[in-house]
Ligand binder design. Sequence first.
Ligand code: PGA
Length: 243
Amino acid sequence: MLHVNLIKAADPEEVGKLAADLFEALIRTKPACVIGLATGSTPLPLYRELIAREKAGKIDFTRVRSANLDEYKGLAPDHPQSYRRFMQENLFDHISIKPENTIVPDGLAEDVQAMCEAYERKIEAWGGVDLQLLGIGHDGHIGFNEPAGHFPGMTHEVELTAMTRDANKRFFASLDEVPTAAFTMGIGTVMAAKKIVMVVTGADKHDILMKSFFGPVTPEVPASILQFHPDVTVICDAAAWGE
Ligand code: PGA
C-alpha cells in the first residue's frame, strides 16, 4: 500500500459529517469545482449534511459541477429507481446546484459508445473531477466496476453480477425488475480524479474494506486499485473497522 488516509468515525452520521468537511473545504476554496457523486445508502448522511450546510450558509453550490458514477441501463431519468432520480430526491432538489451542471450517464442511450465518450469529454471539458465520492460493494466494486480480469478504463457498459443485483433488489418490487446492465465510469475515470473520498459503514463491509486496502491490488477486488491513487481518504464507521 502506498498511502491511504484512513479515518475512523463512530457511526454513519459522523462518517457523513467528516466527508462533508472535505466537500465544504473544496467548495469554499474552489466555488466552481467538479465533484464526483455516488448513489447507495452509505452517502445519504453526507447528502443530508451537505443540504443542511448550504441552508446554514456554509456552502454554496451555485457554481459547482457534478458527475455521477453510474446509472442503470434501460431506466429513464424519472424512473423511481434510476440513479438520476435518486440524486434529485436526495441532493440536487434541495441545493442550489444548476440542473445543467449535473450529469448522470443516460440510462436510455441508444448509441452507448457515443454516450460514454461524451460523458468522458464533458468531465474533461470541466477540467476533471476535483473530489470523487465512492461507496464500496460487498464484492469490492466501485461505481459498477465489478470484479474482472482487468481494470476497465473509461465509462462503459457493464453486466451486473448476481451479487450486486441481489444487494440492490431491496429497492425494487422483485429481483426480476433489477436491470441486468448499467453504465459506469471506468476505473480509469475514477483514478483520474484529483482526490478521492470513500465512505464505508456497517459490519457487513468489514471484510471487503480489509481486502481492498490491506490486500493485494487486483482487478478481482476493483477497489484495491485505490492503493495506487496518491490522494485517497477512507472514512469508515466503527462497525466497518471491526469494532
Ligand atoms: P451501499 O452501496 O452504499 O448501498 O452499500 C455501495 C455500493 O454498492 O457501491
